[in-house]
Design a protein around this ligand. Sequence first.
Ligand code: E85
Length: 232
Amino acid sequence: ILGGYEAKPHLRPYMASLQLDGQHICGGFLIAEQWVLSAAHCTEETDGKVFQVLLGAHSLTEPEPHKRLYRVRAQIPHPGSNIHNNKDDLLLLQLEEKAELNAHVQVLPFQREDRDVAADTVCEVAGWGTISHSGHRPDKLYQVERPVISRDVCNHRTRHDRTITEKMMCTDSRRKDTCKGDSGGPLVCNGVAEGVVTAGSRVCGNYKKPAIYTRIAPYVAWIDSVMASAAG
Ligand SMILES: NCc1cccc(Nc2n[nH]c3ncnc(Nc4cccc(O)c4)c23)c1
């Protein structure tokens, strides 16, 4: 997160850190007791290794009550996701067991109605991604508020030039923005997850490249079917 600030500990109890060998790779969030939603691109440089999911954390390294690392039973990328574009950039992770819910570990509701969030709506995004252009990785969760920008503005030829589909949304990226390691985290508008951070052009903090999110509502059928099929 660039231009943001340290989050108040445990006020975002749905936040997940997707880790490999103890290192934070991507964000994610708890959508059900045994399910985390993240971004498919997060599996790109993992050469087939399976993530572990840290829940209940504020600090990545310090011991904290209710902080717990979960093994992952299955990682299911959306069938339409691919390395060449940002389409269908979603990843479902089934935890080895149901997460123990408490004050620090909670599910975040996601938007089920497929309707665009109005431009200028101020939403929040949090993550353990880099907090400087030099790539400084924070130990604590950071967050920032960002206004939604319309798809037409985001698709302008000087911005993302018609690559933003109706299954994506954008927020202003002037100074305050998502960055490396924030992918997979939720864009929360009025307490509801509306989008999932995708890296897009990978640029951070440049107003010419607004932040891009995969909208969740268009994927409700896929999410529900995967969770139902693997249930039990
Ligand atoms: N703002 C959109 C967005 C969301 C999520 C991730 C990303 N960026 C990145 N995703 N993956 C990356 N691998 C290497 N470098 C990256 N960006 C980077 C790193 C240092 C300085 C800087 O100006 C940009 C990214 C960008």
